[in-house]
Design a binder for this molecule. Structure first.
Ligand SMILES: NC(=O)c1ccc[n+]([C@@H]2O[C@H](COP(=O)([O-])OP(=O)(O)OC[C@H]3O[C@@H](n4cnc5c(N)ncnc54)[C@H](O)[C@@H]3O)[C@@H](O)[C@H]2O)c1
Length: 414
């Protein structure tokens, strides 16, 4: 089927971006050459939902090179780089994506991907998997499995499993150690801070920065912000994570308290309305708000709009909300995943690891190595393999336990 993108003439810029990603993806390249070209993907269709930018594009190119027919759409128009979409269409990947499309169209584009009849799905926020179980149920039987990219998507899959409605095998790619330890922590940390700094052109040193949620993403954000001199406060609902933040050197306070003094607020929880009306009412004039979590409702943007007597574009990607008392709150990237809607996503080297994991998850499912419906982890040895390849590309390596050391660990008698 033919792609539907905004403007094919944008392709040259997209090719350059994809080539750059390819050059900086030694792990995915090694995985392609060592594992993916074994014929597994010949004649199979892979349906993909991922933000459309250079790194995700390169993953689809690699799958196509391995013999798969690949169809791709984005979870929404704010995650689409049109030049990359155009370049992909030229490289033989079927793409349904344009930054001009209204957000309500996103599900239609994802359904077009499902209409290719995928054997394997690579998913983001479980978008394709949810549609497969609702509007495209007749295609369920063909799908060998889905691999899920995000923490939020894995949560949705577990909810489906708990309710007994998940009918296909899924792999929580997000929960592979080579994914969350690097992508969620260092990737989100660096790219979220970069996006906020680039779009606001403000300084971070000395600022009171509030991170809501101290999971893997929150830890990375706090670490990068502190490294650039921000004074970081963490808000949590989990007391152990709160204590961890304290031990890492940060203040820990309820969000309502932090709302009164914070200058920059970043949410990374995967939850709903963690910053809401009562927080906005307390915030200082000029406060910057951004969301790095995987759902678009972490910051209650509707409430912000209702409170405001006026809103205007303060800078590209920064919207000002003028409160009745004259205070202005500044929202970066529409309250959506800021490092994607107002940035270039994670660093290439990070996505190289993530997509090596995703490619091997797809390979695992395509080979029917996991056939039980439910949410599964990627086998540990595959995770280890990816880390081993990465260390090799860095000219580094780790030791192996000797048989005597293994025996010592297995034995309980003195
Ligand atoms: N921006 C990106 O590129 C990117 C990358 C990876 C993951 N994500 C998304 O970021 C979100 C967080 O991912 P993670 O891997 O850090 O998850 P996680 O489960 O490790 O951490 C989430 C943390 O938020 C806390 N939390 C939940 N509700 C809260 C609330 N109301 N107030 C304060 N704290 C609260 C939880 O206790 C937990 O510690 C997810 O939605 C995930 O999909 C985004």
């Amino acid at each position: 089927m033919t792609s539907s993108v905004k403007d094919l003439s944008l392709a040259p810029g997209g090719h350059r971006k994809i080539d750059w990603a390819a050059r900086h993806s030694p792990v995915l390249n090694a995985v392609r050459d060592r594992y993916l070209k074994d014929g597994t993907f010949e004649g199979l269709t892979v349906g993909v939902s991922l933000p459309i930018e250079a790194k995700t594009a390169y993953l689809t190119v690699v799958l196509a090179e391995a013999g798969a027919e690949v169809a791709l759409a984005s979870p929404g128009p704010f995650f689409v780089q049109d030049d990359v979409a155009a370049a992909l269409a030229e490289r033989g990947v079927t793409v349904y994506a344009s930054s001009d499309n209204p957000p309500e169209e996103a599900d239609r584009e994802l359904e077009r991907v499902l209409d290719h009849g995928p054997d394997v799905i690579i998913d983001d926020r479980a978008a394709l998997t949810r549609l497969l179980h609702t509007t495209r149920r007749h295609l369920l039987g063909k799908v060998r499995g889905a691999s899920e990219e995000t923490t939020s998507g894995v949560a949705k899959l577990r909810a489906m499993q708990d309710q007994g409605v998940l009918e296909i095998p899924t792999i929580a790619a997000n929960d592979a150690r080579c994914k969350y330890l690097f992508d969620n922590r260092y990737g989100t940390g660096q790219s979220t801070i970069t996006a906020i700094m680039q779009n606001t052109n403000l300084m971070l040193g000395g600022k009171r920065l509030v991170v809501v949620g101290y999971g893997w993403c929150g830890k990375g954000i706090a670490r990068y912000a502190a490294g650039l001199g921000a004074r970081v406060t963490v808000c949590e609902v989990d007391p152990v994570r709160g204590l961890e933040a304290y031990a890492d050197g940060f203040d820990v306070l309820p969000a309502l308290e932090a709302a009164g003094f914070g200058e920059i607020f970043i949410t990374a929880t995967g939850g709903r309305h963690v910053l809401a009306r009562e927080h906005f009412e307390r915030m200082r004039n000029g406060a910057i708000l951004a969301n790095a979590g995987g759902v678009d409702v972490e910051i209650d943007v509707d409430a912000l709009g209702e409170l405001a007597r006026k809103r205007y574009e303060a800078r590209r990607n920064v919207e000002a909300f003028v409160m009745p008392d004259g205070r202005e709150l500044h929202l970066v990237g529409r309250g959506m995943v800021v490092n994607l809607t107002a940035g270039d996503g994670h660093p290439v080297e990070i996505m190289d690891l993530t997509f090596a994991i995703q490619a091997l998850c797809a390979h695992h499912l395509a080979n029917r190595r996991q056939t039980e419906p439910g949410v599964h982890l990627l086998p540990r040895e595959i995770d280890d393999r990816v880390a081993g390849i990465k260390l090799q590309t860095l000219g580094m390596g780790v030791d192996r336990l000797t048989p005597q050391q293994e025996e010592f660990l297995r034995e309980w008698r003195e």
